[in-house]
Design a protein around this ligand. Structure first.
Ligand code: NG6
Ligand code: CA
Length: 521
């Protein structure tokens, strides 16, 4: 741990101690719980010991599961980041809206100002709202942001009072943090320029200078080199503002902890969006080599540690019982996502997707069936829930929890109130869950049945080695007998196939444009 980090964590610990010593109780000024969404990146169903992993231990996330409700059948809306995050915040399926595929690092703001969102609703309910970590929903006006001036629109225009962001992903430029619309530590004499469509500036790229790399790309990721790692996209300038990859998890969790500290009597809503465990996997030296599973395992340990620091902070501020934590992932797992980091070689029998087929990007279940844990002591039942749930319903359910009526016709259009299920007071499943693969292919689950619509494309990704679920024939699986989606029973069950096809058609709506390509960059 670096010194800055150590001193900031011990300050936090000290502040906690002082609060206890002076007998001051952190009071919330309402009955409403703080809401903390811990949204991880690319964490798979099988990546946590509380979800059955045996090759890695995640004691802090396991504590959440032990003290809360662990869902076994919960889904992100999409198998990649931008669309899942779009849905989480807007309560609308991303596939209804063009321009919501994986966003480049210079994408304009995707959620437009003044839209009713999960944070804007909570703001109305009296919450102090913040987002810390990965954003990946675009920033700035059409044409993209000017990184050297105030960046607007951004989270501040859609309901967040505070933001501290990785603009896109750790593998995309610009490699800088943006706090409340300003790039941190930017020297005006060294302005930032970013392009994704063509090179800008004259900094070396991974393509032309592989000898300068300390982590080599396996596919893509061969543009501007930052900290010895080549990224997606070109960047020049902003040298003093560039992040240090190995410190990123610490930097972000420190901001999350500060946010909690600063707003301990708010109530607060914090969307803590981790960089872990996305590529490039750059664990801090204190985690590097510790998992025995290569870099991917090491960043799982780092992520677990970060969760532990947050839990300790809540404990020390006496906020544990006043805080609802929702822990999940934006999409399923991938092992080789574009860098040679020895994760493939060191898997050692670990199965990131658990019992499910496919992974990130895929129409098969491992693409969207993710860890999902809710803890709110005294309010959320402890144990496990097998109810079929989706992250799409968090917006409407949290609005309900905080007494907000969402009346606008187009607000949260796909989000339903499943608060009782989320609290464990009911085992009622969602009527159906829609899954959205990267290539735009939609699937629907109802009861035991999963239908994957016919879709062109490779069956196996040559790059990631993930089974993508593409088939020009309709696929139907009985998940009760075949959770691994091995046997397509469409031809044996024509009536069910028709029902599921019709259901998906109804959900999609006839006048809704369906974006075929999920990838912008
Ligand atoms: C892909 C990247 C992948 C990752 C993904 C986004 C290549 C070849 N692959 O295009 O590495 O960045 O986008 O991941 O560039 S996500 O979790 O943010 O959706
Ligand atoms: Ca992701």
């Amino acid at each position: 741990m670096d010194k800055v980090m150590l001193s900031s964590l011990s300050l936090i610990a000290l502040a906690g101690l002082q609060a206890c010593a002076s007998g001051k109780k952190a009071e919330t000024n309402s009955e409403k719980p703080n809401i903390l969404v811990i949204y991880t990146d690319d964490l798979g169903y099988g990546d946590l010991s509380c979800y059955g992993a045996t090759k890695i231990k995640t004691p802090n996330i396991d504590r959440l599961a032990k003290e809360g409700l662990r869902f076994t059948n919960a889904h992100a809306t999409s198998a990649t980041s931008t669309p899942s995050r779009y849905s989480l915040l807007t309560g609308e399926y991303a596939w209804r809206k063009a321009g919501t595929g994986i966003a480049p690092g210079d994408a304009p703001a995707i959620i437009l100002p003044d839209r009713t969102t999960l944070p804007s609703i909570l703001q109305k309910a009296g919450y102090y709202t913040g987002v810390v970590g990965k954003w990946h929903l675009g920033l700035g006006p059409q044409g993209g942001p000017n990184w050297n001036a105030e960046i607007t629109p951004g989270p501040q225009n859609i309901g967040f009072d505070y933001s501290y962001l990785i603009p896109a992903t750790q593998d995309r430029v610009p490699c800088v943090y943006v706090e409340n619309g300003q790039v941190i530590n930017l020297d005006p004499i060294d302005p930032i320029k970013v392009r994704f469509d063509q090179p800008i500036g004259n900094e070396p790229t991974g393509k032309d200078h592989p000898e300068m790399l300390r982590m080599k790309p396996s596919h893509g990721h061969n543009n501007t080199i930052v900290n010895g790692i080549s990224r997606i996209g070109y960047m020049s300038g902003g040298q003093s503002a560039r992040w240090i990859d190995e410190n990123m998890a610490d930097t972000i969790v420190t901001r999350a902890i500060r946010f909690i500290e600063n707003h301990k009597s708010a109530p607060f809503f914090l969307y803590y969006s981790t960089n872990g465990i996305h590529v490039p996997r750059t664990p801090h030296p204190r985690f590097a080599g510790k998992s025995g599973l290569g870099a991917r395992g090491d960043v799982i340990l780092e992520l677990d540690w970060c969760v532990g620091e947050v839990l300790k902070t809540l404990d020390s501020l006496n906020l544990t019982d006043k805080t609802m934590i929702i822990f999940s992932s934006d999409n399923g797992p991938v092992v080789d996502d574009g860098y040679f980091d020895e994760s493939v070689e060191n898997l050692n029998g670990h199965i990131p997707g658990g019992p499910f087929r496919g992974g990130k990007y895929s129409a098969f279940d491992a693409g969207t069936r993710v860890p999902f844990i809710i803890r709110w002591p005294g309010h959320v039942e402890e144990g496990t829930s097998d109810a079929l749930v989706s992250q799409i319903d968090l917006a409407a359910s949290l609005a309900s929890l905080t007494g907000q009526k969402v009346t606008t016709k187009d607000a949260f259009p796909d989000s339903h109130n499943y608060l009782k299920t989320f609290l464990g007071k009911s085992q009622t499943s969602r009527d159906y869950v829609v899954e959205h693969a990267m290539n735009g292919c939609l699937s629907v689950i109802r009861g035991n049945w999963k239908y994957i619509e016919p879709h062109k494309g490779p069956k196996l990704s040559a790059e990631t080695q993930i089974e993508l679920g593409n088939d020009t024939q309709p696929q139907l699986y009985d998940l009760s007998k075949d959770p691994g989606e091995k046997t397509n029973v469409a031809s044996q069950n024509p009536a069910i196939l028709k029902e599921m096809t019709d259901l998906l058609q109804t959900i999609r709506g006839t006048n809704v444009k369906h974006e075929e390509s999920g990838v912008l960059q």
